[in-house]
Structure formats: C-alpha cells, structure tokens
Design a protein around this ligand. Structure first.
Ligand code: URA
Length: 486
C-alpha cells in the first residue's frame, strides 16, 4: 500500500501534486491510502507500485474548482474518492457533473456543503480589536468551521479588510493577515480573543433588526445555526428575544395607528378622483405616467427622457443605483450600459435573477456635462437627490420589497440619510426611515473606474460576494415573512 500523508496547511495543493505523481506512475486508487497529519520521514519517499496505466491528469476548470472545494470537506475518504474520480475523468469513462454516478454525486454534495460553510464563515466571523503598536489597526477573531476551509475562506477577508491587520484562529488552522500578507499556521492555542466594544455594537445591531412579529425560530436557526452561537456576541440576546417576542409583537400590534373611518373614507374619495392621482398614485403605471412630466428639479431640461424603475411590481428585492448614464438616457431603461453589464454578470454569478428584481435609481434623469461630442456623467447634488426622493419613496411604497440593495453613496444617502463612509459600511444592513432593511454595497461604476485591472478583478469578486450575502439575507427575510403569513 502506498501511504500519502498530506500536510495540514496546503492540503489541497499537496493532494494535487501527489495525485499527479501517482497517476503518472500508474498507481491504481486501491493501492493508495491517504491521510492528513505529520509525515514520518520515509513515507513521502515511498515509490508507487506501478501496476496500472500511467495517466496525465487533464481536467476542465469546473471540475478542478468542484474537486478543490470537495477536498475541503472534513470526510477522511475525500482524498481517495477524488483520486479515483480524477483517474476515471482522465480516462474519459466519467463526465464531470454526472449525478447518476454515486461518487460524483457525493463529491458534488460535499463541494456544496463546503461552499455553505465558507459562506457561514464570511457571515459569522466577529472581529475584536486588539492592541497594536503599528499604525494599522489590528483585529482578532475565533471561529469554528465545520470543515477545514480556512485557506479557502480567508482571501475574502483579505479583500474586504485589506487596510487592517487581522488574525482568524480556528481549532486547527490560524490565518494571519499582516501588512498585506496572508499566511497560515497550525493553531497552537485555543484562547479566544478578548472582548471589546465591537461586541456591544453587534448586540445593538442584532437587537435592532430583530422583529418579534416576524419571528421564525426554525428559519432563524437554519440561517444562523446554533453551533455558531457561542462565538457570536449577539447570540446571548437570542433566547431572551425569542422568549419575549410574543409579548412584544402584541404590544406593537396594540400600538399600531388605526385610521379613523372619516379619514379613511376621505382618502378613498381622493384616490378615486383622477385629478388627484398626482398626489396618490394607485399603481406603478400611474406613477410612471406622472413621472414622464416631472419637473421637480432642473435635470429634466437637458436629459432625453426620464428613466424610471423596471421589474416586477411585487419584487422581494429592489436595487437602487445613482442615476441613469448615457445609454440609459437614450434607451429609457435603467442599468443597460457598462455599469449594468457589471451588475448583470455579478448578480447572475451570485444567484440573483434580474427578471425577479425591481431595479431603479435615486435620481431619474441623466446629469452630464458636454465635452466635445461626449456627455460626461456628473454626480447629482443634494437638492437633485432630495427632489427625486419623492419618486423613489412612492416606488418603494408600491413594490414593498423585503430588502433593498443600495449601490453607491447616492443611493445610500437617499435611503439611509447618509452616504458617508461607504467602504466601511458595505456588506452591512441598515434601516431606511420606515425601517425597510437596506443592504449597502459599492456602485458597479466604482469598479469600472479603477485603473488597475487586478484591482478591478478583486473588486468584482468582492461585489459578487456582497450580492451573494444580500441574497442570503433576502432568503432569510422571505422565509420569515412566509412563516409569519402561514
Ligand atoms: N448607473 C446607475 O446608477 N444607474 C443606471 O441606470 C446606470 C448607471
């Protein structure tokens, strides 16, 4: 038997090298035993018994990505299964993705479990600030993943928190990001980082987004499983919030304002009068029609046409951008130019379907200056944003999305009252003035404006991650709404 002992750090890369070496030596899967740990000196030196046909491993990129994910599963059999699979794939006796094959099905399920664990790590790592003598601020976090995913999951944090030093310790492996360099080592101590003020921030944030009227313990636990609670500062609050939810929901219900019948009748009369529809549009079509004649700010004078929102009028997700660009102004549709292409591509990759999203802008007319034959985008000023908020508020009231994604500072400003510190706030959920949850991310044009292609690529990945996180939050909100309505 050929014994392969893979290192704890760099396991996947070492497996890949060993698998190539064994395949080239014609070693059949049943002649290899794999494990992770400390190698005794002579084990790596073992020569494979060459009883099979020597093979070159040649796999598609999708297959490599899928296998590499499955190799981050905690199942000790994963290495042997993957080796047998790559031999069959290289021989052509198996096709990647063929779910009728039990081994392939297992690998794909394990890859999925790993993706989920990585997502949980991205969502549930809570950093605490630690003392630093360096001008860069330093943070530390303790996390217990289900699978050995630290090397696969932490480049996300390097992208997101590139201007800080940080350490994420897990029971087996510790990731360190110091002065811009990401490195890994085996964990020596299981001592958790000290508590700090950030803990209170998480608690306040969690208590403020917790809606007792929408409590669904099962859905909440599936999105935030109990096993993560002991490392989440806000988790202390959960049992009490659950216990008191019913009473708090009843109190909210009792405190809800009720329309006096006379006023309700007056509103109904006013809505029925055609000349009053300007003030209270009943449908999106009314609103869109009214908007065609908008003169609320001077921008209507130079733009070709108003670019109103589009998408299902009952969408769960609303996207708010800044203002139409040149292409949007000419076609009359939002996000159909270069920024729209970035959005469409990354949203699709993040599992969001544009057809199911209501997509609109904070400002509905294109603002530009003319340079030669070109119309150059100009940022709308505070008055223009404020004037156009009138339309956005009505779009929100008609669509009533469960989540809004604010892309960029202008959207963030109009929805939350502040557009400052966007990069610090991205990836978080804040509340609009009526309590509607607003997820904050960057505008796709910000990515397009970056001069360095490598930086653009990294930012596209971070943008996609944001959209994916928003998708998960939306899922939880939808589940919770479904249970409340059930
Ligand atoms: N940028 C935006 O904010 N909106 C669009 O519709 C196009 C570009």
């Amino acid at each position: 038997m050929h014994q392969v002992v893979l290192p704890v750090i760099g396991t996947v890369a070492a497996w890949r090298a060993e698998a190539r070496r064994l395949a080239a030596g014609g070693v059949p899967p049943e002649a290899v035993s794999w494990r992770v740990g400390q190698a005794e000196a002579d084990l790596f030196a073992t020569q494979p018994p060459a009883t099979g046909t020597p093979r070159q491993i040649n796999l598609s990129r999708v297959a490599i990505k899928g296998l590499e994910s499955a190799l981050c599963h905690r199942d000790p059999e994963r290495f042997a299964r993957a080796y047998a699979l790559v031999l069959r794939l290289s021989q052509g006796s198996l096709r990647w993705g063929d779910r009728a094959d039990p081994a392939m099905r297992k690998v794909m399920l394990q890859a999925k479990a790993v993706h989920r664990d990585i997502h949980k790590m991205h969502a549930f790592v809570r950093f605490r600030e630690v003392e630093s003598t360096d001008p860069r601020r330093a943070f530390a976090a303790w996390f217990e993943p289900e699978h050995p995913i630290v090397e696969a999951a932490t480049p996300f944090f390097a992208n997101r928190f590139g201007d800080m030093d940080w350490v994420i310790a897990t029971p087996a492996v510790t990731a360190r990001f110091i002065a811009g360099q990401l490195s890994f080592s085996e964990t020596e101590s299981t001592q958790r980082p000290p508590a700090d003020d950030t803990e209170d921030l998480w608690r306040t944030y969690y208590a403020s987004i917790f809606n007792p009227a929408r409590l669904m313990v099962k859905a909440m636990q599936s999105e935030m499983p109990k096993k993560y609670w002991h490392n989440l500062p806000e988790a202390d609050l959960i049992p009490n919030l659950i216990r008191t939810a019913e009473a708090r929901a009843a109190k909210m219900e009792a405190a809800r304002p009720t329309d006096p019948p006379a006023r309700r009748a007056a509103v109904a009369r006013a809505m029925a009068m055609p000349e009053k529809t300007e003030a209270a549009p009943g449908t999106m079509e009314d609103l869109r029609r009214q908007a065609q004649g908008c003169t609320r700010c001077p921008l209507h004078g130079s733009a070709t046409q108003i670019v109103f929102g589009e998408g299902p009028h009952d969408a769960d997700l609303m996207i708010v951008g800044e203002q139409p660009g040149d292409r949007e102004d000419l076609t009359g549709r939002p996000f159909v130019g270069p920024a729209g292409e970035v959005f469409d591509t990354e949203a699709r990759a993040a599992g969001l379907e544009r057809e199911q999203i209501y997509i609109t802008n904070a400002v509905k007319h294109f603002k530009f200056s003319v340079r030669g034959k070109r119309r150059i985008h100009q940022r709308p000023n505070a008055d223009e944003v404020q004037s156009c908020r009138w339309w956005l508020t009505r779009e929100r009231a008609l669509v009533r999305p469960k989540l809004i994604i604010a892309m960029g500072a202008t959207a963030c400003q109009t929805l939350t009252g502040s557009g400052a510190g966007l990069l610090r706030r991205r990836g978080t959920v804040e509340a609009a003035e009526d309590g509607m949850p607003v997820f904050i991310t960057v505008h796709p044009s910000y990515i397009l404006r970056l001069p360095d292609p490598a930086q653009q690529t990294a930012e596209r990945v971070a943008f996609r991650d944001d959209l994916e996180t928003a998708g998960h939050i939306l899922q939880t909100l939808c589940q919770s709404a479904a249970q409340t309505n059930a």
